[in-house]
Write a protein that binds this ligand. Structure first.
Ligand code: FMN
Length: 318
């Protein structure tokens, strides 16, 4: 087992990060990933400080390994979430959905490790200029909120690698050891996975959602709401209604109509409470390749085996 820039930066065994996921990645999932040798992240985006505090304290009892929190900066209250985590001794912050310059200096001054999620080579350079320790570059395949540029992971990673000198974490479309091997060949130092970890016993996604997601085919997800808040969703009644709205409203009316149709708590209803018809079900394209709901430990072991087999096979010379 060798180390690299990311395993050293985060003090973890394997270069595998569990992406922060609203409603899905609480203490149980994050601690399980950290215990299995990766880095678990508590998804703070769906938590007010009192709940976030509970999850951080629970994770501290479930693992002695490093774990972090993910904070989407677009939500009101992101600073409160950061302060809550700092007070509890969290030192690893993955920020996303906002400008990295907003909080990076403050966090670095407090001795934290800061990693920002981005979806284009130009934005990755801005992250580096803002002083982050590493960048997550997330391709169009990824689950959850997404960049508008539609850059696939395969196209994005080599271009980000050329732009920045700090460590790089690839995200979007990873679920197997061989795909992680490919990411490292493209220039990444680690991968971040969301969908694969959503589909584990420890994630807090509702079982209705997990069972429904098991039936997904390669046609089952779409990037929707591109003109408002781009997000990749699993097809259901709600996602089809959104598509109809997008097809029938002109630009100026669209935003208002989408926001009113979204209403409140769609993501919570879908992902946490299991309303698979009318809830918002965020998931990545790779769901079509996932046909089981194992434990985190089983996922990690399978990935390591597959990675090593892939490495042993890669002797071809042209
Ligand atoms: C249900 C769900 C919720 C997510 N929520 C967040 C979030 O709160 N913050 C964030 O930075 N990324 C979020 N993401 C993105 C993941 O952290 C990760 O980068 C992405 O899932 C990687 O792509 P993959 O799904 O193909 O593995 C979410 C993804 C999913 C599937």
């Amino acid at each position: 087992m060798t180390t690299n820039k990311i395993t050293e930066l985060l003090n973890i065994k394997y270069p595998i990060i569990q992406g922060g996921m609203v409603w899905v990645s609480g203490a149980k999932l994050a601690a399980a990933v950290s215990n299995a040798g990766g880095l678990g992240l508590i998804g703070a985006g769906s938590m007010k400080p009192p709940l976030l505090k509970e999850h951080i304290m629970k994770a501290q009892t479930l693992t002695s390994k490093p774990f972090g929190i993910n904070v989407p900066l677009l939500y009101e209250g992101s600073l409160d979430q950061i302060n809550c985590a700092l007070d509890l001794g969290v030192t690893i912050f993955f920020t996303s959905a906002g400008s990295p310059s907003k909080v990076t200096k403050m966090l670095k001054d407090k001795g934290a490790t800061v990693i920002h999620v981005t979806s284009s080579p130009a934005l990755a350079l801005k992250c580096q200029d803002a002083g982050v320790d590493a960048v997550v570059a997330e391709g169009f395949e990824a689950g959850g909120h997404n960049g508008r540029d539609e850059l696939t992971t395969m196209v994005l990673i080599p271009q980000v690698r050329e732009k920045i000198s700090i460590p790089l974490i690839a995200a979007g479309g990873f679920s197997t050891g061989r795909s992680i091997h490919a990411a490292l060949i493209l220039g990444a130092d680690a991968v971040q996975m969301g969908t694969r970890f959503l589909m584990t016993k420890e994630s807090s996604a509702h079982d209705n959602f997990k069972q429904y997601a098991l039936k997904a085919t390669f046609q089952s997800t779409k990037l929707l709401m591109k003109k408002t808040v781009p997000v990749r969703l699993l097809e259901n009644i709600f996602s089809k209604e959104i598509e109809e709205i997008e097809a029938s409203f002109i630009k100026d009316e669209l935003k208002e109509k989408i926001i009113s149709h979204l209403g409140k708590s769609r993501a919570k209803h879908g992902m946490l409470e299991g309303n698979i018809e009318q809830g918002e079900l965020e998931i990545g394209q790779i769901i079509s390749h996932i046909k089981s709901i194992p434990s985190v430990e089983e996922v990690m072991q399978e990935i390591i085996l597959d990675f090593n087999q892939s490495l042993a096979r890669s002797f071809i010379k042209f």
